[in-house]
Design a protein around this ligand. Sequence first.
Ligand SMILES: [Mg+2]
Length: 167
Amino acid sequence: MIDRDRLGEFVRMAWIEWAHEQPDPKPSWLVPYQDLSEADKEADRRIGEFVMNVLDKNYHPLDLYQTEVRRTTGTVGFSDTLVMASMGLAGETGEVIDHIKKYLFHAHNLDQEKLVKELGDVAWYLTALCNVIGVPFKEVIEKNVEKLQKRYPDGFSSERSKNREEH
Ligand SMILES: [Mg+2]
């Protein structure tokens, strides 16, 4: 494991390199790591550690996505976020269906790019729901995979679908 101060120094080096490229860098941008306040040093150490953890794959990509969803959630509190996320999920699912309806019945093109964006919106609200109930999104997916492997060990089968024990 790299020393925390060393990580902080790397972050600061990248910052100073960027500052030198700016037309009019503020003097505070050019302060070397060793001359920073303890709070600023700690911020740089944490950024370094965060990047290291991501590189070490300690962070699942879905964990990072879940953090991004949390960052961009405007509501505060359990009830408001629960209502907002579930309404949003239904709304965005409707947008996906509307696009498919237009393709099937109104001779529109099946615009893959648009569908990808709408599916992303569905994923956002789904993840926001996971956040509000305090469950990692990856856990939802893992449990679903577990269920599918148990129910359909040899791929989908109508028989197993009709006679399944759990939902
Ligand atoms: Mg949408």
